[in-house]
Design a binder for this molecule. Structure first.
Ligand code: PFF
Length: 450
């Protein structure tokens, strides 16, 4: 049998997993949610969730993958046949996310092109973003380009594709984000935004803050979709699992934090303190950052550099999404991998088209009152992921038993957060997940407003 390839050492593993985790979720999604759901209170909720809930889930998923040496479907089945269906639920999620993720990846490509072509100033003008996404052909062109690039990387293979790119790009992205965040702080009127972003205002704490932070946690850390199980299956036994998870979390949350610090204060600066500008949603990054670059000396170049790094971060994530989809299908249908990649590519283009058109000619078509892209985002993040995470917790907590995974984690020394892991997986996480799931569904059906 072919030996499973593995990542080289802790750094290789952490960078590869961080390559999947750090992406549009951190730079595009986190800031607009933080802006919308109360700033500092969202940030605080997110950090608390990430250190408790996110930590336990990520350790659990990686340990399950490493222990079984299998990806999601195989891993659940190996431990308990009755839970094989969880592997299936988990596997559907990347199939839903990848197409609309690539639509946003297409937007990033378009902005990169604008800056490279020296057209960054036009991108900073009000209405540029709205006019772009409401067109028909252009966003589709960029979307198809992005997803095709993703498919190309996948055809090149796991280590070559993911590890090499993220090793170089990730550190540069961190440094550039810090630089931009510091620059923004000194723009007139931005300080008010810094305060909004870092100082928790408890009167803004709502149920939706927690729901949104939880959905964001899954999305950003690539949890509850089988990815980390697969990554665990590639992880060497002599690498510390617990410490690796701390490093991935630090990376992931750090980049999200700085992305917020780049964008939210800039929103204040350019809107003259008008808080309604915070509710812009998915367009926030695209509308705000070009304005920042426009005020900078050398802003064209910095803007181009920024969008190319974001594009790479997005690509490493979309590659990991496509990898997962392709390997799931490859296990089931004995079709040549390259051909499968092309089939997945075609499928994604087909499924992604409505998300792209949803901002333009199909704008009138809504599901549950949501734009198509927002609907796919809602179904995956607020429904399927909590369901998958809940089943995972029940599976580990009561069927496989936490000790099954703790053994694996302790192969590399004492598991310091063992108590937290146990309590989170068995009690806290399942209860919170049920509450969150029920309330977010009731909210969208308009039964209660939370
Ligand atoms: N975690 C990625 C991000 O924050 O952009 C998105 C993602 C990538 C989700 C890969 C899921 C995944 F499997």
């Amino acid at each position: 049998m072919e030996k499973r390839s593995s990542f080289t050492g802790k750094l290789g593993f952490v960078l590869a997993a961080a390559g999947s985790a750090v992406g549009l979720g951190n730079i595009w999604r986190f800031p607009y949610l933080a802006a919308k759901y109360g700033g500092g209170i969202f940030l605080l909720t997110y950090i608390i969730l990430s250190l408790t809930f996110g930590f336990a889930l990520m350790v659990g998923e990686i340990a399950l993958g490493r222990k079984t040496g299998l990806s999601a479907i195989g891993a659940f089945k190996k431990v308990n046949k009755k839970f094989a269906f969880v592997g299936w639920i988990v596997s559907i999620i990347p199939m839903i996310i990848l197409p609309y993720y690539s639509v946003i990846g297409g937007w990033v490509s378009k902005y990169l092109f604008a800056f490279v072509a020296g057209d960054g100033h036009s991108a900073s003008v009000d209405g540029y973003f709205e006019s772009f996404i409401s067109k028909t052909g252009e966003p589709i062109f960029w979307f198809v380009l992005f997803i095709s690039l993703t498919a190309l990387v996948v055809i090149l293979g796991v280590e070559k594709g993911i590890e090499r790119v993220s090793k170089v790009m990730m550190p540069i992205l961190v440094v550039l984000s810090i630089f931009i965040a510091v620059y923004v702080m000194f723009i007139d009127g931005a300080w008010q935004g810094v305060i909004y972003y870092v100082k928790p205002d408890f009167s803004k704490l709502s149920f939706m803050t927690v729901v949104a932070a939880m959905g964001q946690l899954f999305y950003s850390m690539s949890l509850a979709m089988g990815i980390m199980i697969t990554y665990g299956s590639y992880m060497k036994k002599d690498v510390s699992l617990e410490r690796s998870v701390h490093s991935i979390e630090l990376f992931d949350t750090g980049i999200a934090f700085f992305a917020g610090l780049m964008i939210i204060p800039a929103v204040f600066a350019f809107s003259g303190g008008d808080e309604s500008a915070l509710g812009k949603g998915p367009g926030l990054m695209f509308v705000t950052l070009p304005k920042v670059f426009d005020t900078m000396a050398g802003g064209q170049i910095i803007g181009a550099l920024f969008f190319i790094l974001v594009l790479f971060a997005a690509l490493t994530s979309s590659v990991s999404l496509m990898e997962t989809v392709v390997s799931i299908l490859a296990d089931k249908l004995k079709i040549n991998r390259k051909i499968l990649c092309l089939i997945v590519l075609a499928g994604c283009i087909l499924i992604g088209l409505p998300s792209s058109l949803g901002y333009g000619v199909w704008g009138g078509f809504k599901i549950l009152g949501l734009q198509l892209l927002d609907f796919f985002d809602f179904i995956s993040n607020s429904v399927l992921m909590p369901v998958a995470a809940l089943l995972f917790c029940i599976f580990i907590g009561y069927f496989a038993k936490p000790s099954y995974l703790i053994e694996e984690i302790e192969l590399n020394g004492k598991f310091k957060m063992k108590g937290l892991f146990n309590v989170m997986i068995k009690y806290v996480a399942p209860v919170c997940l049920v509450i969150i799931l029920v309330s977010s569904i009731l909210d969208v059906f308009g039964v209660v407003k939370i």
